[in-house]
Design a protein around this ligand. Sequence first.
Ligand code: MRU
Length: 326
Amino acid sequence: MRTIDWVDGAIELVDQTALPDRCDLLRIGTVDELVGAIRRLAVRGAPALGVAGALGVALAVRDEPDPVKAAARLRAARPTAVNLAWAVDAALGHLDGGFEAVLAHALRIRDDDIAACRAMGERGADLVRELTGRDRVRIMTVCNTGGLAAVERGTALGVVQTLHERGQLTEALALETRPLLQGARLTAWELGRMGAPYRLVADSAGPFLLARGYADAVLIGADRIAADGDTANKIGSYALALGAQRAGVPFVVVAPESTLDPATPTGAAIEIEERDEEEVLGVRGVRLAPEGARAANPAFDVTPHDLVTAIVTERRVIRPDLGERP
Ligand code: MRU
């Protein structure tokens, strides 16, 4: 199954707001519809956002009076995942060739993502074995970094999938990932479809479970990796990295080269998306907090590079713990 694709002149994508109750396909035919889908996380996850952005530029070139202005709206729909801006800019680079050239480039980004995720799965699974010295492993992860966050297979969850296919996965421990529950809704759904053994844990249990030896490695994805290796990812990643270091558990970031951002020198320069307070004050439309309560809702955090054991891309393994930088 593909999470996002170009079908008969429009973008088709799995509506991630409806999962796990329903697996609905959305057909997106305009840039404004796509901006809305990105903002409400109907399509989400850095690699999928990249493909969406590039396909969105094709829609802009075909239908919008000012495609560059429409592409700018798309580019700004979410600020943290660099893949969105990167893919929009790359597709705009083919503007002179018209709609066909832009679409061809967007489809290349889609195909490259499929290949990159396969390569990261293999390399990441090999690395986990090397770092842990174990034939069978327990992996902790946060958010959703599976096929739903990419096109076919994912990044960190793609490694978990490869480990499972190799018979090397004892258990995946997935953090539920408040406030929007990408772990409980999406990662659990994907692990179930894979037939992989897993348990969900509350986000706050992650570091303690690492201290008690429940996982052999932590694998996360990334939304943007700065030039020094500092890594922006779903809120909760930093706490896991601190817990992993204290427990002596490898902390591995799995992301395609397109998530590396050499133009951002350190994590301090990464813009962190602040989302609507309502996402924290309730859950899936049910109010939890008393009237008048306020909330802070950073969608991501930044893990400093000295807490990162390794970064796995489709081309290489970078070892920040050994002084290497992307
Ligand atoms: O807010 P989201 O659900 O888009 O956040 C997604 C993440 O933080 C993922 O870990 C990241 O984009 C990598 S997806 C392979």
